[in-house]
Write a protein that binds this ligand. Structure first.
Ligand SMILES: [Zn+2]
Length: 314
């Protein structure tokens, strides 16, 4: 389908959430209303199939809405390298090293802006979600990966290395003797926060205690003593990392997204721990759970600004 065969709406936003298991696309109207929304499974048969699936979904959702946006915001794992434009730091490693932004722009027929899913969570929740009205918003995704995004005065802060807010690949702070050097992370380092507290990390810790495999969300909900011990450790590790972030950045609010944010009393349990960990012992930071749930990714992607420079890698 020729995307320009229908009306291009300058006040319309199109966003795509490119996830590990599903791709979702949305078109938002001038009043933030959802004009159309579609989702499909993420292909498992290679990179070109993923590009085609995203382009097809964008064309389908805009066809349904009867209007196309001037550019398309796409949230997914990792981010484009600021020097080569090629995707990097994605835990869906099939995307790493690929000229993802360029290929998507070609396939869709319009400019695209790529950001990671935590950036999209931060944008969406800062705009009209649980973090609305706050100046400095730090968002954390607690799921298959651990991600972070930073929005200041309504704008995404990316930084010269495109690493702004990146949280999951900082080292676990104040490691105990049995936490050194830490598990190997897919990024090449050891002891990254993601290797300690992601869903797969929690599931591996459960199996290491001689239990049969269980999903991270089920471990979090289990009354078993081993599960409760693991969740206590998980909260302690997350709290240590958040305390570092609060001490460096002192955001006005921290908002949580991802599958593990549904854990019972997540923010209350972190509140209890953070008072002892934040420098000076006084801490007032509101901790909130994403209002838009798992729609934050696609809604935030739609709010990504248009690209200011060509996305083609050398
Ligand atoms: Zn890492």
């Amino acid at each position: 389908m020729d995307v320009y065969s229908y009306h291009l709406g300058m006040d319309v936003l199109t966003g795509v959430d490119l996830g590990g298991t599903k791709i979702e696309a949305v078109v938002l109207g001038p009043g933030d209303e959802v004009l159309a929304r579609h989702r499909c499974p993420t292909p498992t048969n290679g990179y070109p199939a993923t590009i085609n699936a995203v382009a097809k979904l964008v064309h389908m959702v805009e066809d349904d809405a009867g209007v196309a946006a001037p550019h398309v915001g796409i949230g997914g794992p990792g981010s484009p390298s600021p020097t080569t434009g090629r995707q990097r730091n994605a835990n869906s490693t099939i995307l790493n090293g690929q000229p993802l932004a360029c290929d998507l722009a070609t396939a869709i027929g319009r400019p695209v802006t790529l950001a990671n899913d935590a950036d999209c969570l931060a944008l969406s929740e800062a705009h009209d979600g649980a973090a609305a009205g706050h100046q400095c918003v730090f968002a954390v995704i607690l799921g298959t990966g651990i991600g972070g995004g930073l929005v200041i005065n309504g704008r995404l802060h990316t930084g010269p290395n495109a690493l702004g807010g990146e949280f999951g690949h900082t080292a676990l702070p104040r490691p105990r003797a049995d936490e050194t050097p830490g598990p190997a992370c897919w990024c090449g380092q050891r002891g990254c926060l993601e290797s300690w507290i992601s869903g797969p990390a929690l599931e591996a810790q459960w199996v290491a205690l001689k239990h049969t495999a269980l999903r991270a969300t089920d471990i979090a909900a289990s009354p078993h003593a081993d599960a409760q011990k693991l969740i206590d450790q998980w909260l302690d590790r997350l709290a240590r990392a958040l305390a570092n972030t609060i001490t460096v950045l002192d955001p006005d609010v921290i908002v949580f997204g991802g599958g593990l944010n549904a854990m019972a009393n997540l923010t209350g349990a972190l509140d209890q721990r953070l008072g002892d960990l934040v420098f000076g012992g006084e801490y007032l930071t509101p901790l909130v759970v994403a209002r838009h749930g798992d729609s934050s990714g696609v809604l935030g992607a739609a709010r990504l600004p248009g690209p200011t420079s060509p996305t083609a890698p050398p």
